[in-house]
Design a protein around this ligand. Structure first.
Ligand code: PRE
Length: 99
């Protein structure tokens, strides 16, 4: 029977160490993605390209949904997560072009 005292629960502490590592990796990956999209935003602003590209987004979402299914991750959640990130990127792109 596992120790129900959370302060002394070694199993829960081990799970949480793994969660902490995964969360740190997510932050680093997101930071890297936003570094790249910042460069994309500057490129689009300099070349009078529109901030959003709905065709590209559709392809990304379809690809991600398929990957999610293969990884047994909820595709609806995956789409919402990507949508949330892309919407933020579009806001950054609009700011980069002075909008
Ligand atoms: O690929 C682009 O054109 C981007 O600006 C990047 C990105 C994304 O974050 O993935 C953001 C906005 C576009 O609508 C499509 C994709």
């Amino acid at each position: 029977m596992p120790d129900s005292n959370s302060a002394g629960d070694a199993q829960l502490a081990a799970f949480r160490r793994s969660i902490d590592n995964i969360d740190a990796a997510l932050i680093h990956i997101l930071a890297e993605r936003f570094r790249i999209t910042q460069a994309v935003g500057e490129y689009k602003a300099a070349n009078a390209l529109p901030p959003a590209d709905p065709g590209r987004e559709q392809k990304q979402i379809a690809r991600l949904r398929k990957l999610a299914e293969e990884a047994r991750l909820d595709p609806e959640f995956s789409e919402k997560f990507l949508r949330f990130i892309i919407d933020e990127v579009i806001r950054h792109h609009e700011r980069a072009r002075g909008g």
